[in-house]
Structures are given as structure tokens and as C-alpha cells.
Design a binder for this molecule. Structure first.
Ligand SMILES: *[C@@H]1O[C@H](CO)[C@@H](O)[C@H](O)[C@H]1NC(C)=O
Ligand SMILES: *[C@@H]1O[C@H](CO)[C@@H](O)[C@H](O)[C@H]1NC(C)=O
Ligand SMILES: *[C@@H]1O[C@H](CO)[C@@H](O)[C@H](O)[C@H]1NC(C)=O
Ligand SMILES: *[C@@H]1O[C@H](CO)[C@@H](O)[C@H](O)[C@H]1NC(C)=O
Length: 488
């Protein structure tokens, strides 16, 4: 029988210096003392893996509701919504490989944008990526209404254009829901190629719109670094978010699409530029959205809230806000000013703090730090999380342990500090360790180093779990607070 470990938070930030990690083996009970204060306890509780799978077969459609002036969309991790997983180890390895492809593609896109500037036209070949390469890792999904039907989309803060696979389809990957059929929607209208909307494609996707065969339509093309892409006509139709109707919403009707999009009908772009859902719904939601990303292991639902109604958040710590940094060369992305990192209450030292932009992304899984910062973090983590048997590195993760003999461990708390107002992201204990093996014999610090100092740090979704993250594009701020994610 296969078992896996579920993660339970027992208590957070326990201010004690005598708490112990207890090892239970046949031979002995060993207790090791730690001298550090700022830790969180992670309980490794055995659960029947097969049983867990039957509960989570399929969760299309995600629910939604309206409250006050906001819309609440249920958010699930895609992994939670699909059938049984055959091999945990293979699956998580594949996830990390895909994650690395996304990060490489993001980095090369950023490099191209920095070197060329936006005014210069970029050829298709030079744009390796607009959003997450293998969309397999962009793993949070929501259901919205489009052209009178429900449709399930991947949520991506790293891109702008929303698109769905469309009939008639030249080449479509397999999806669970029927294809979107424009001829069945009376409100569907193609976007004309000689229009501002069509011109906005250049900043939203890196590739200008072109006139279609039928010179009245605007053709879009979004290309991904790994060979994945979507191509089709830009169109308008009615978008329904919860109960809010957005008329003439601009989206891509994808006629030729390929890539590992995991059976989902398309993608919802929550980036910062003109064609994103955030920009197109500005009149209703004033450029504010937030999410709480649930962890896969606890199977919970999270929520994507559109609109600025703080009373809908269920945070149990106060919000701390920081300014979003605008980078005109990269209008899509949300950048923050990383000013410091502490682990177990110990502040890391790095000359780059306060000088470097860091990207916050819903589609990257594992947080990436510049090599020097990562090495400092790793050294301090190993000093504090000592006495545990080491395990081999796993893919991009190089700080691993065999924790199969432990019932619970005490993990130093990771805090990331941003901006002059010192906003703090306190990483939830479920976002600290990555389980390469279901039996906990290979469990790794869930942070990776970038390959060179010139690359841009990324805050991945693994470290954003159980946190309400509020994006306010109107005030140009971003806020964090602890929340236990749930829809209700
Ligand atoms: C979309 O899904 C909601 C919630 O399940 C349901 O109430 C509604 O009838 C569906 N709409 C369509 C057009 O199928
Ligand atoms: C071409 O455009 C005309 C009107 O501009 C429209 O009636 C027709 O359906 C379009 N054809 C296609 C294939 O989109
Ligand atoms: C992990 O630790 C357990 C208990 O100490 C041991 O039995 C097992 O062989 C170790 N596994 C690996 C892969 O090292
Ligand atoms: C980032 O924060 C540092 C330290 O507070 C400050 O000196 C710097 O000007 C900030 N950078 C930006 C781009 O806001």
C-alpha cells in the first residue's frame, strides 16, 4: 500500500527555544534541541494515498458567487481535479522540470525586453515566451462564463491575453470540456485588424496582430519557449465572472494550439497590460484582484476575488502592503522591491537587497533567488535545521533530507521583506518543504537558486500558499496576509 504525508500546521511561530523534534524508531527516541526562536511545526501524518485519490477525481466546474461589489471565484490546484496519479515521484519530477522550463523562458523573455526595449518590434522567433511555457505548471484553475457557456481556465498573472480553444479548430490539444463554438454565441464578434485593440496585442503578447485572410479579422499569435503556442482570431464576447457581465471582452479564439495545457480549455491572463482581465474589468473592479492559493495536499479550495472589498478576506494577520514597481519595458509583470530575507529570525546579508526587482508570479511553482542570496539562505537553513539525515538533491532542489522517521519537524520560518514600508511575506509552513518521495525519505527545501546573478528572482506559488495576496493596480500596491484558504 502506498502512503503519503499530509501537511498539518499545528502552531505557528512558536516562541520557544526548547521545542524538540522527536524521532520515533524501533530503536530509540532521540530528542534534539534547537536554539532558534522563529519556527513553525510541520506534522508529517500518514494518510492512505489511494483513498485520497478517489475523493479528488474531478472538480470541474469551480463554483463562484457575488458578494457586495466583488466576485469570488473558486480556485483549485489542477492536480486536485484530475484522476489518480500513478507515480508520485515521477509526477513531482515532471512538475519541477516544467517549472524550470517556465523560469528559463521567463528569464529569456525578460532579457530580450531589457536589451531591445518595447519600441522595437520583436519577431516571433525572438519571443520565446509570453506566459508559462508548459502550462502544466500553471496549476490553478477557475470557471467563468463566455459566450453563454461555462469554461474552465488556468489563472496566470504572468501574461495578459485570455484565450480559449475554438471551433473550427485547425489543431487543438485534448480538453475536458467541449470546444468553444463562436457560431453558437450570438454575442461573438471578431475584432477588426485595423483597431486599437488589435494594436494592443504587441504589448500584451510581444507579437503584433496581423490581418487575417479575411482582412477584417485580427490574428494573434502567442508563442512559448518549449514549442507550445496558441494562434487564432482576436474576438469580443460576453464574459461572465460570477454574476458580473463584461460585455465585448477581448480574448483569443485559438484555432491552432499546442502544448501541455492539461485538459483545460484555455488561459485567463491577469497581467498588468491593456488586454488583461484586470485592465478590461477596470470599470467594475477598479484594477484590484486577490487570491488565496490552497495546497494540493489538503485538497482545499482557494479563491480568486475580483474587486476591492477587504471585508471578504479571511486573513488572520494584518495586511502588509508594498509598492509595485513599474517597469515600462515589461508592462505585463508584477515586480516588487526585495529588501531582505530572514530565516528563523536571522537576517541574511546581501548587497543586492533594495536594488533588485523580484517578480511575483502565480504560474511559477518554486521561488528562485539569486545565487548569492540562495547560498546564504541555504547555509543558514542548514545551520538551524540541523541533525536531520541528508538525502540526495532532487532536480533543481539541492537541500534535501530523509525525514521518514519523524512524526513532526520544526522548520525555521522564512520571511521576505519588501519596499521601504517593509511589507512581509511570511511563508506558510506548507510552502517550506517539497516532498520528492511520498514516504518523506527525500524532502527538500522548496527554494532554488538561479543560474546567474543577472537573472531576476521570482516568488513562486508554492511559497504563496495559504496567503491572501492582493494586487491593486490602481494604487500600484501589493499586499500579503496569512489566510487559511477556503471558498466559503
Ligand atoms: C454554469 O455553471 C453554473 C454553476 O454550476 C450553473 O449554475 C450555470 O447554469 C452554468 N451555466 C451554463 C450556461 O451552463
Ligand atoms: C469575413 O468577413 C465578413 C464580413 O466582414 C463576414 O461576413 C464573414 O463571415 C467573414 N468570414 C470569416 C471566415 O470569418
Ligand atoms: C530514510 O530513513 C529511514 C529511517 O531512518 C531508513 O530506514 C531509510 O532507509 C532511509 N531511506 C533512504 C532512501 O535513505
Ligand atoms: C527599494 O527599497 C530600497 C530600500 O528601502 C530603496 O532605497 C530603493 O529606492 C527602492 N527601490 C525602488 C525601485 O523603489
Amino acid at each position: 500500500m502506498i502512503f503519503f504525508f499530509t501537511l498539518l500546521i499545528l502552531h505557528a511561530a512558536q516562541p520557544t527555544t526548547t521545542a524538540a523534534a522527536t524521532i520515533t524508531t524501533n530503536a530509540a527516541t532521540i530528542t534534539s534541541l534547537h536554539g532558534y526562536g522563529d519556527t513553525q511545526v510541520l506534522a508529517l501524518k500518514k494518510l492512505n494515498w489511494a483513498q485520497q485519490q478517489t475523493v479528488t477525481a474531478n472538480c470541474f466546474i469551480q463554483r463562484s458567487r457575488s458578494e457586495k461589489n466583488a466576485i469570488i471565484l473558486e480556485l483549485h490546484n489542477r492536480d486536485y481535479c484530475y484522476g489518480p496519479r500513478s507515480d508520485w515521484n515521477k509526477k513531482v519530477l515532471k512538475n519541477l522540470l516544467s517549472d524550470q522550463i517556465r523560469v528559463d523562458s521567463l528569464q529569456s523573455r525578460i532579457k530580450i525586453l531589457i536589451s531591445k526595449g518595447l519600441n522595437q518590434e520583436l519577431s516571433n522567433a525572438q519571443i520565446p515566451l509570453v506566459s508559462g511555457a508548459k502550462l502544466q505548471t500553471l496549476n490553478y484553475i477557475v470557471t467563468v462564463g463566455l459566450g453563454g457557456r461555462n469554461i474552465t481556465l488556468i489563472v496566470d498573472t504572468g501574461s495578459d491575453l485570455t484565450w480559449v480553444q475554438c471551433e473550427p479548430c485547425g489543431a487543438c490539444y485534448n480538453q475536458q470540456e467541449p470546444l468553444f463554438n463562436p457560431s453558437k454565441s450570438p454575442s461573438y464578434k471578431p475584432v477588426l485588424c485595423k483597431s486599437t485593440t488589435c494594436e494592443n496585442l504587441a504589448s500584451a503578447t510581444g507579437t503584433s496582430g496581423v490581418c487575417g485572410f479575411n482582412s477584417s479579422t485580427c490574428n494573434y499569435y502567442v508563442s512559448y519557449g518549449d514549442g507550445s503556442y496558441t494562434r487564432g482570431d482576436l474576438a469580443n464576447d460576453n464574459l461572465v465572472l460570477g454574476t458580473t457581465l463584461v460585455q465585448d471582452f477581448v480574448f483569443g479564439c485559438g484555432r491552432v494550439n499546442d502544448g501541455l495545457f492539461g485538459g483545460v480549455s484555455g488561459l485567463m491572463g491577469l497581467g498588468r497590460s491593456a488586454l488583461s482581465v484586470v485592465s478590461q474589468t477596470y470599470g467594475v473592479f477598479e484594477g484590484v484582484f486577490s487570491y488565496c492559493l490552497p495546497s494540493v495536499t489538503n485538497g482545499g479550495s482557494g479563491s480568486l476575488i475580483l474587486g476591492d472589498d477587504t471585508s471578504l478576506y479571511k486573513n488572520f494577520t494584518p495586511f502588509s502592503y508594498t509598492n509595485l514597481i513599474s517597469n515600462t519595458m515589461m508592462p505585463t509583470f508584477y515586480f516588487l522591491n526585495l529588501t531582505g530575507i530572514s530565516i528563523g529570525g536571522v537576517s541574511l546579508q546581501d548587497s543586492g537587497f533594495g536594488k533588485n526587482e523580484m517578480l511575483i508570479d502565480s504560474g511559477t511553482v518554486i521561488t528562485r533567488l539569486k545565487p548569492a542570496v540562495y547560498n546564504a539562505l541555504k547555509t543558514e537553513f542548514l545551520k538551524q535545521f540541523s541533525g536531520y539525515p541528508k538525502a540526495p538533491a532532487f532536480s533543481i532542489l539541492d537541500t534535501c533530507f530523509n525525514l521518514s522517521a519523524y512524526e513532526q519537524v520544526e522548520i525555521p520560518t522564512l520571511k521576505m521583506h519588501f519596499g521601504m514600508d517593509d511589507a512581509t511575506l511570511t511563508v506558510d509552513v506548507t510552502g517550506m518543504l517539497y516532498f520528492a518521495k511520498a514516504d518523506a525519505s527525500q524532502v527538500c527545501l522548496a527554494i532554488a537558486g538561479l543560474s546567474d546573478e543577472e537573472e531576476i528572482g521570482i516568488i513562486g506559488n508554492y511559497q504563496q500558499k495559504n496567503t491572501r495576496v492582493v494586487y491593486n493596480t490602481k494604487a500600484s500596491t501589493l499586499g500579503f496576509a496569512k489566510e487559511t484558504c477556503s471558498l466559503d
